[in-house]
Design a protein around this ligand. Structure first.
Ligand code: HPA
Length: 274
């Protein structure tokens, strides 16, 4: 898509949403099974992805498809309840459209959340991990193609892509709820097949702590356009070869649901500190 077409699509979607909602400073993208966060919000207003111009509906079980604005103790947040993934057949440009839309709407901070497989042997299923960095092993980059200069520079520096200040805020939030928050490097892959044990050994050798099929493209596009990004990953299972037995998406959703209460508290406290 040409940059001009992208700007025009973003404007159209943004005008539609601004006509229905007032836009807060902070947005959260909810990963597989973490959608229950929305239940804890007050004074909610919801728009279905189907109704937003240029948005795609997600096809993944465990991912609703709605944009919600609601309040945590009077503080407003925007929530993407469900995301689209490249493995569903979407281009990375499509995957990051909602992220870029946040910038067009005037959002400042983005908290990305996801479900992932634990590679680091210090993790266990059910842990929430602060994403301190990533390895983009999806085989692609959402900034591929003509650069939309109005959004950001051609060659963005990635040193602070996982914003240092926001990481401190999430750590502070964890302290507040007495949660022992570990941190780690998220390996982003295309999926949808889970990894082989040999791949997991390779990712561990490369410095990866957890692996998942989302988030990395969104983080790149968000940093490119100047959003501050933080990430919280829910270890829903230990990765292939570390985990004994076979991986199943429904188990992963169940595990994410089980840590929902802690997850909700951690994200709530983070939002309140922003
Ligand atoms: N691998 C990739 N993505 C995942 C996993 C996994 O083990 N668990 C949850 N999302």
């Amino acid at each position: 898509m040409s940059p001009e077409q992208l700007y025009s699509n973003l404007e159209e979607a943004s005008t539609f949403i601004k006509g229905k909602l007032s836009i807060p400073d902070t947005a959260i993208t909810l990963g597989s099974g973490l959608g229950l966060f929305v239940d804890s919000l007050k004074n909610k207003k919801t728009i279905s992805y189907n109704d937003i111009p240029h948005f795609h509906q997600t096809t993944v079980a465990g991912h609703a498809g709605s944009l919600v604005v609601g309040e945590i103790q009077g503080k407003s947040v925007l929530v993407f309840q469900g995301r689209i993934h490249a493995y569903e057949g979407h281009s990375f440009e499509e995957v990051v459209f909602p992220t870029r839309l946040l910038k067009t709407l005037g959002v400042k901070n983005l908290i990305l959340t996801n479900a992932s497989g634990g590679i680091n042997s210090k993790y266990k299923a059910g842990d929430l991990i602060l994403i301190e960095d990533h390895l983009n092993l999806t085989g692609a980059n959402p900034l591929h193609g003509k650069n939309p200069e109005r959004l950001g520079t051609r060659f963005p520096d990635m040193t602070n892509a996982w914003n240092f200040d926001l990481q401190e805020v999430v750590k502070k939030a964890a302290k507040k709820i007495a949660y022992d928050l570990k941190k780690g490097v998220y390996v982003g892959v295309l999926g949808p097949s889970y990894e082989t044990p040999a791949e997991i050994r390779m990712y561990r050798g490369l410095g990866g702590d957890m692996v998942g099929m989302s988030t990395v493209a969104e983080a790149i596009a968000a940093h490119h356009c100047g959003l501050k990004v933080a990430g919280i990953s829910c270890i829903t299972n230990m990765a292939a070869g570390i985990h004994q037995g076979e991986l199943d998406h429904s188990d992963i959703k169940d595990q994410a649901n089980q840590v929902s209460a802690t997850f909700v508290n951690l994200v709530k406290e983070t939002v309140l500190l922003l």
